[in-house]
Ligand binder design. Structure first.
Ligand SMILES: Cc1ncc(COP(=O)(O)O)c(C=O)c1O
Length: 387
């Protein structure tokens, strides 16, 4: 442990095996997983289609470099476009890297095509990653502290406030980046009509609209991509987390007229889009589409949120239950940051953000019985804490 850098507050268990919504630690203790590796293993752990695709690809070829054609990249890019909007895709390895790529693409587009900007607006409470550009884009001071000097060219406006956003628009603004639903910021859904108004503003001014769908994408919110709830199509969409169901992969998905700002040499990565990542992602997206997991996420999400809601009279500390599909945030009056540790003793994995918000993001394959089990354990935990 001492040789690993001290950058995470870790819970004291070591997980060794997983299947569906269940995980087992190195002492064979079983846990019901309400975290899914933080909205990553959407098909459940060790899904057979992904395991099979990875094993088959591992026997053929791990890696070859982007200086050669990679047919599975071409297939996955087409499949993403067919299931979202007409686009070109750049593959990378993580959410921060996808957003970093999106930021570079916005700047290149501004500097070479739209000739406006290239400043980018983001929202307070947002989270876009931990690289220097993405932490600067992030609307939370705590992730920026100690990392000066930060890159220039970003400004943050209050979440969900269209008037405030509009008031800072001038020719120096080239792009707006936001999550359709904020994840790390506390599962915050923007007010109805907000995304539509932002889209109209971008259209009227020639500003690039980028949606960070790293957490909301891949059926998590009850649609395959979060933008679909309000039918507000972005110019750029970034993906990562659940794209490979746990295999590291990210993607910058851009409309062709934006993507054309990049040409050979503009952007690159050694590992991005390698055959193993593409095999895992193709299998993941295929299962998602074939089994209409978005619909399942919507149904089960409603069921789980309703069950939590029914508990409210017993737990007055619950302030609000919000979210979409199986991205649910339960805000409490007071600190609940010990809940994940307490949950371990009762065989459940839980995640708390911002000290007072319980975030439920289980694998989308979670059954209603498993939801009932989770709700019963959470009820016990809250009762013990007098909440
Ligand atoms: C919306 C959003 N964007 C970007 C990121 C960063 O992704 P990664 O940790 O893969 O770099 C996250 C991670 O939580 C996220 O939720």
């Amino acid at each position: 442990m001492i040789h690993v850098m001290d950058t995470y507050s870790r819970l004291p268990i070591a997980l060794e095996r997983g299947h569906g919504c269940r995980l087992w630690d190195d002492s064979e203790n079983e846990y019901l997983d309400m975290v899914a590796g933080i909205a990553v293993c959407n098909l459940g752990h060790t899904h057979p289609a992904v395991v099979e695709a990875l094993c088959e690809q591992a026997r053929e070829l791990f890696h070859c470099s982007n200086i050669y054609r990679i047919p599975k990249q071409e297939r996955l890019a087409r499949m993403i476009a067919e299931n979202s909007f007409e686009s070109r895709v750049f593959f990378c390895n993580s959410g921060a890297e996808a957003n970093e790529g999106a930021i570079k693409l916005v700047r290149k587009y501004c500097n070479t095509i739209s000739r406006r900007g290239p400043k980018i607006i983001t929202l307070s409470g947002s989270f876009h990653g931990r690289t220097l550009a993405t932490l600067t884009a992030t609307g939370q001071d705590k992730v920026k502290k100690g990392f000066d000097p930060l890159p220039e060219g970003f400004l943050t406006v209050p979440f969900g406030d269209f008037v405030a956003l509009k008031s800072v628009i001038d020719d120096s603004i080239g792009g707006i980046m936001m999550e359709p639903i904020q994840g790390e910021g506390g599962v915050r859904v923007p007010p109805p009509g907000y995304l539509q108004k932002v889209r109209e503003l971008c259209d009227s001014q020639g500003i690039v609209l980028a949606f960070d769908e790293v957490q909301t994408g891949m059926a998590r919110t009850g649609e395959l991509f979060g933008y679909m709830h309000e039918d507000v199509v972005p110019d750029i969409m970034t993906l990562a987390k659940a794209l490979g169901n746990g295999f590291p992969v990210g993607a910058v998905v851009a409309k062709p007229e934006i993507a054309e700002a990049f040409s050979p040499g503009s952007h690159a990565t050694t590992f991005g889009g390698n055959p193993l990542a593409m095999a895992a992602s193709l299998a993941t997206l295929s299962v998602m589409v074939e089994e209409d997991l978005a619909n399942k996420s919507r149904d089960t999400g409603r069921y789980l949120a309703d069950k939590m809601d029914a508990m409210r009279p017993l737990h007055p500390a619950i302030k609000e239950i919000r979210g979409r599909g199986l991205m649910i945030g339960i805000e409490f009056d007071g600190d609940i940051s010990s809940l994940p540790t307490d949950g371990l003793k009762k065989g459940i994995l839980l995640n708390v953000i911002q000290t007072n918000i319980l975030r439920l993001v289980p694998p989308l394959v979670i059954s209603r019985d498993e939801c009932d089990e989770a709700v019963a354990i959470i009820h016990e935990l809250l009762k013990e804490k007098g909440l």
